[in-house]
Structures are given as structure tokens and as C-alpha cells.
Design a protein around this ligand. Structure first.
Ligand code: CDP
Ligand code: ZN
Length: 158
């Protein structure tokens, strides 16, 4: 049996010194703002996995109204989701992600991000792909007011 899941996330950007994407801090003059550590890529991946296994969504499991989730480590949230999916008997086949960011260039950081995501999920790095698109300098992405990410994941079960 196979299932597909889709995850999407957006965060506001503000002045900062680093952007955290896929658990990797990339030096940058903008940072993502949010209740947790605002790792837009890990949030999209978490939602894709939960959606594929029909196990809820990130905001349901970690409500932003709960003070315990303030500044929460997104890798930890992804691990919780990943464990629930595995407990239901699912294995990850692959995931494919897109980051929507005008700046910085993600390509030079792609290998590090893929490795980190694969390590969090406990899968081979060749099962994780990542790409990035600018906003062509228009809209909230293009004007560097926001950053977004999407992930599609395939899971399988005997
Ligand atoms: O050329 P096109 O309009 O399709 O795409 P783009 O948004 O201009 O991005 C061109 C290429 O730059 C992408 O295919 C990525 O390889 C790279 N890119 C990146 O590394 N980091 C970003 N934040 C945006 C794009
Ligand atoms: Zn988020």
C-alpha cells in the first residue's frame, strides 16, 4: 500500500542574522518569525508525513496556544510525527521539497540541508530532494516579507 502527503508552510521574515531551514542555520540578514523556531521547511515536511498517514497536522499536535511550544525545536516536532507514522507501520519512500525564497541562494546549502533532513528522518539522503524558487521580486516572497516551503512525500506499508 502507498500513500502520498502534501505539506505547505509560510512564515513572516524580519531583520535577523540567520535563516533556519531544514535544521541548518544559513547566515542571512533576514530571519523567519514564528511561535516555534520557524523552520518553514521542517514544518512543511512534518505536515506532509502526517497528511500521508492521516494522523493530523502540526498545529493540531503542537498548538501555538500552548506555551510549551514557544521556541520549540522543529526537528523534535518532525521526529514525533515521524515516530507516529512509523508506529502505524509506514516507511518513507521519498520526499521532494521546494523552498520559496527571494534570497539567499539555497543551492549552495542543498547538500547540508538534505543530509540533516535525512538524518532527522533516519533515511538515506537519496530519498530526500530539495529545490528553491525565487518570487521573481513580486508578492510577499519576492519582496522578502515571507518565506515558504512545500513538501510532497510518498510512504509505503506492507
Ligand atoms: O528561472 P526560474 O524563474 O524558473 O527560477 P528562479 O526562481 O529564478 O530560480 C532559478 C534557480 O535559482 C533555481 O532553479 C534554483 O536552482 C536557484 N535558487 C536558489 O538556489 N535559491 C533561491 N532562494 C531561489 C532560487
Ligand atoms: Zn511553520
Amino acid at each position: 500500500m502507498i500513500r502520498v502527503g502534501l505539506g505547505h508552510d509560510t512564515h513572516r521574515l524580519g531583520p535577523g542574522t540567520a535563516l533556519v531551514l531544514g535544521g541548518i542555520a544559513i547566515p542571512h540578514d533576514r530571519m523567519a518569525l514564528g511561535h516555534s523556531d520557524a523552520d518553514v521547511l521542517l514544518h512543511a515536511i512534518t505536515d506532509s508525513l502526517l497528511g500521508a498517514a492521516a494522523l493530523g497536522d502540526i498545529g493540531e499536535i503542537f498548538p501555538d496556544t500552548d506555551p510549551a511550544n514557544r521556541g520549540r525545536d522543529s526537528a523534535g516536532m518532525l521526529r514525533v510525527a515521524c515516530d507516529r507514522v512509523a508506529e502505524a507501520g509506514w516507511r518513507i519512500v521519498n520526499l521532494d521539497c521546494v523552498i520559496f525564497a527571494q534570497r539567499p541562494k539555497i543551492l549552495p546549502h542543498r547538500a547540508a540541508i538534505r543530509s540533516r533532513v535525512a538524518a532527522i528522518l533516519g533515511i538515506d539522503v537519496d530519498r530526500v530532494w530539495l529545490k528553491a524558487k525565487t518570487g521573481e521580486k513580486v508578492g510577499p516572497i519576492g519582496e522578502e516579507l515571507a518565506i515558504g516551503a512545500e513538501c510532497v512525500v510518498l510512504i509505503e506499508r506492507d
